[in-house]
Design a protein around this ligand. Structure first.
Ligand SMILES: Cc1ncc(COP(=O)(O)O)c(C=O)c1O
Length: 400
């Protein structure tokens, strides 16, 4: 007798509801994770990932078994793991704070500088520029693209421009943005892009894609040559590079590849490219805008202070005066079988977070959430006339 897990429709900011055919890939028989055929299949999946990241010129793209944090830790560890390279971490939420903690795990306190913005606000690229001007020794900057704790999308392209001007390598946590928001690795000159499969890449959790530019590679190599890098073995660029080259014909990665996950990713990347990146970014943006409108109809306040910085992939919102976020979430679970996310840290009692990623970036998934929240508010004694959540949203047919 084991524990029976309750099954909910996942509208949390990842993992998400998956297309049955992608999920079905996980049910294939296991394949040997090595041999020419599987090695070619891996490389084909990497090539698809390059197209989704728009990273054709990246020095390397790897698919690392593990959560998104594995790719983030790999990025920071290799670039600043020599214990000397200075890094600016731009933080405006829970995951930015985590970037700072990871940087502090590899670099001494004096080498980790911070640019901070309040939760709900975006990082101002000018502040990053000021920090780089103040300390010309800084060689790296780290930022979260979509800050999943607040639903704020940071201005990545502008931050990348600043980094280019100051010859600093930009490390991006794109865990909750890649596949749902515009991100152009080559064109914007990103240094390292770290992602995860379970969000807008519409796959189960378990693989951490990472793209590394020539500049980021050179910085990491310099640290390696000086014999100072402290990345250990599994997450070292050098290890992954060695297997990609020396065992290319049969085993181009250092450890066992989860074959079902790789099959699922291969299919989901093909689906993403079939939809078209630009069409996909537009779909996420449009659906997110309508969802925010529905929340405002109900008296929620969107946590992203500036509408222009509200993320197309996740919305965080403060509940109406007098409502209890946790009770709203419970109502959705119990009455509709829908799981949404709660606020993180101090925001727990007062905010909700909803993911609209890949297949869940659709009105067919989001309208039940809005209707459910409306019912939940009424159940908490708020006088809301039936249908208020969707008011104005009837313009959605054909709305751009
Ligand atoms: C922006 C961001 N970074 C990092 C992570 C951590 O990802 P993982 O749990 O796959 O390591 C998350 C997870 O929600 C995230 O949203």
């Amino acid at each position: 007798m084991g524990h029976e897990l309750a099954r909910y429709t996942l509208m949390i900011p990842g993992p998400i509801e998956l297309e049955p055919e992608v999920l079905g890939e996980m049910g294939r028989p296991l394949y040997m994770h090595y041999g020419r055929e599987f090695a070619d299949f891996y490389r084909e999946t990497v090539a698809l990932m390059r197209r989704v990241m728009l990273a054709e010129r990246a020095r390397a793209v790897f698919l690392v078994p593990g959560p998104g944090t594995a790719a983030i830790e790999m990025a920071i560890g290799n670039v600043v793991g020599d214990g000397r390279t200075k890094i600016v971490v731009a933080t405006n939420g829970f995951f930015g704070e985590r970037l700072r903690q990871i940087a502090q795990a590899y670099a001494p306190p004096e080498a980790v500088l911070t640019v901070e913005a309040p939760w709900g606000e975006a990082i101002d690229p000018q502040r990053v520029e000021d920090a780089l001007k103040r300390d010309p020794e800084v060689r790296a900057v780290a930022v979260v693209h979509c800050e999943t704790s607040t639903g704020v999308l940071n201005p990545l392209r502008e931050i990348a421009e600043v980094c280019r001007r100051h010859e600093a390598v930009l490390i991006v946590d794109a865990v909750s943005s890649l596949g749902g928001v515009e991100l152009r690795f080559d064109e914007w000159g990103l240094g390292v892009c770290a992602a995860a499969t379970q969000k807008c890449l519409e796959c189960p959790p378990g693989l951490a894609p990472i793209a590394i530019s020539e500049d980021a590679w050179a910085l990491a190599q310099a640290a390696q040559r000086a014999g100072r890098a402290r990345t250990g073995w599994f997450l070292s660029f050098r290890t992954w590079d060695w297997y990609a080259r020396e065992w290319a014909s049969w085993h181009p990665y250092p450890t066992t590849m989860p074959s079902g996950l790789l099959c699922a990713l291969h299919l989901s990347l093909n689906k993403i490219l079939q939809e078209g990146l630009e069409a996909r970014w537009a779909r996420h943006a449009r659906v997110a805008r309508l969802f925010r409108q529905g929340l405002r109809n109900l008296g929620f306040r969107i946590a992203a202070v500036d509408e222009a910085a509200a993320s197309p992939t996740v919305t965080a919102a403060f509940v109406p005066e007098g409502a209890d976020a946790r009770a709203l979430m419970r109502f959705l679970r119990e009455e509709l079988g829908i799981a949404i996310g709660g606020g993180i840290a101090d925001w727990a009692p007062k905010a909700i977070r909803v993911g609209h990623m890949g297949p869940t970036a659709s009105l067919n998934r989001l309208i039940p959430v809005l209707v459910g929240l409306e019912g939940a508010l009424r159940a908490q004694g708020h006088a809301i006339e039936p249908g208020r959540a969707l008011r104005g949203l009837d313009a959605f047919a054909g709305a751009q």
